[in-house]
Design a protein around this ligand. Sequence first.
Ligand code: GLV
Ligand code: MG
Length: 357
Amino acid sequence: MRNPRNFTKPLAIGAPAPLNDIPDRPSRMIHFFDPSNPRMAAKVPELVKKVDVLLANLEDAIEADHKIAAREGLIKIARDTDFGDCQFWIRVNSLDSPWCLDDVLGIVGEVGDRIDVLMIPKVEGPWDIHYMDQLVAQLEAKHALGRTILLHAILETALGVRNVEEILSASPRMQGVSLGPADLAASRRMKTTRVGGGHPGYLVRADPDPDDPDATRPTAQQDLWHYTMARMVDACVSTGALPYYGPFGGIDDPVACEDQFRNAFLMGCVGAWSLHPSQIEIARRVFSPPPDEVKWARRVIDAMGDGTGTLMLEGKMQDDATVKQCHVMVNRAKLIAKRDPEYASLYGFTPEELAAV
Ligand code: GLV
Ligand code: MG
């Protein structure tokens, strides 16, 4: 048990007080790059103008021989880059790796004031978060950082999914969680060899037609990730954190990527990872509420007055609950509009409407 009265007190003397609320900044795409790769590093100044979150990846996909170069590369990039209103996140190596401790000591020590969020892979339970929480607080105090560094967990082991509520309640530093389908599939011993998305073998089939038993029976592919996504979204919302879909490995299949991202958006996620520049625009389009839905939602809100009671609008029943859904859609659109001028003009909010956000 933790004393709830201590929850918003710093864990180390001199560290900044934890935040009461997680800032809900647009984070439609968390764009991954390899900071040990000079070609990718050269693109950073251009990327920060395009993406909501730029993430320097130190973990999987970075070869063991490049781990130190990646850490050093990101420190240099963090120092040299003007991020504007783009968030800067880092995925450190996992807690059981030989690199994690030096990642955190080095990064927070050198460029702690530039980091918004540390993404922690393969989190299994609250003990992982307690360790990181204490360590980061000690480093914040040691380096006299003026603002809190937030933590984000990747949900990518069976035990992590089992403990997702405890993980999210372990610290006020928890910004959110991403679903990591590749490691999760391995941990669960699923029989897949892809990174996220559907699988043609996971389906249900209609019964045979008694009059024509040999006729082709319709099938419908099912969603392998539905259960995990639903648990993650509920756990995040219950603790004031933000849920994200993670990676989609089929770079050559933008249609299926868009479907996977849209499922996540509809279920309550605020963003997804982009692993390739072509996925940036997909995430931007999917995680920005559709302008026609926003228009409809504004009509419902206007028609519903004080938000109580019931009325019919074009054959659809509206009441207190539909107006709440419409507010979710409009509020998200306003948040996006403040960062993205193209969507601001598609939504058509007045400057006064946006100023109130
Ligand atoms: C992400 O890290 C994943 O394993 O899917
Ligand atoms: Mg992983």
